[in-house]
Ligand binder design. Structure first.
Ligand SMILES: CC(C)(COP(=O)(O)OP(=O)(O)OC[C@H]1O[C@@H](n2cnc3c(N)ncnc32)[C@H](O)[C@@H]1OP(=O)(O)O)[C@@H](O)C(=O)NCCC(=O)NCCS
Length: 191
């Protein structure tokens, strides 16, 4: 499933050292999106600490970039136990770019990354009133279990295959090429 991205946006994995961009993106979320992303109101300090923790191994973040600015993210956090094969996913898109298909692309890439890392069960926590996130999860056949005002979407990604690994490598390679091309065209642009 490939959907066109708005405003010539690019989706690629965040590179080492880009957690500051992740932090700044999360801090830019409007109040309502922040509540939906974290399941409740959180402070700026909480977000700074949260983004810092995303530096660790076991976290894969796909970003949606407009130019050099990160406007959306899909985060995959593997369980701390290597034996459970569980992971959590969470999504955040800044308001002007919501409902333009970005979440769909980020969820597709996140599912592929989960599959290629042997994840069997992927949880997505979201508030019961968050219809857009539930609709998005349903697009990918998630089973949703309603539980005390929150929703846990359980997705069982199928096992990785040579084809699924190749798809991830090709997506990464394409993103690097696009980033280099973008940087070159900026350098060549007259001031
Ligand atoms: C939830 C979120 C990730 C969805 O991403 P998105 O880019 O806005 O979603 P998409 O444009 O890919 O749309 C996904 C589906 O939602 C549905 N949808 C879109 N806009 C909607 C709206 N305003 N109300 C209800 N459903 C809507 C559509 O049915 C769409 O499916 P379709 O393409 O088959 O029509 C994004 O809106 C967001 O970051 N919200 C704030 C944070 C949040 O809620 N995070 C989720 C908890 S982890």
């Amino acid at each position: 499933m490939i959907e066109p991205l708005p405003d010539d946006g690019v989706v690629r994995k965040l590179w080492v050292g880009e957690t500051d961009a992740y932090r700044d993106h999360l801090l830019r979320l409007d109040a309502d999106s922040r509540v939906r992303r974290f399941g409740g109101g959180v402070s700026d300090d909480f977000i700074r600490g949260y983004a810092e923790a995303a530096r660790g191994f076991g976290t894969v973040i796909h970003g949606f970039f407009i130019g050099e600015t990160l406007r959306g993210c899909g985060e995959l956090r593997m369980s701390s136990s290597p034996f459970t094969r569980e992971a959590e996913a969470a999504f955040s898109i800044e308001k002007p770019w919501q409902s333009h298909g970005v979440g769909s692309v980020l969820l597709e890439r996140t599912l592929l990354a989960a599959r290629n890392r042997g994840v069997r069960s992927l949880c997505m926590h979201c508030l019961a009133e968050n219809e857009r996130m539930q609709q998005l999860a349903r697009k990918f056949d998630a089973d949703l279990h309603f539980d005390f005002g929150s929703v846990v979407g359980e997705v069982d990604p199928p096992r990785s295959t040579l084809m699924s690994v190749t798809r991830e490598i090709m997506a990464d390679g394409h993103a690097v090429t696009a980033a280099i091309f973008d940087a070159q065209s900026r350098l060549l642009r007259p001031a």
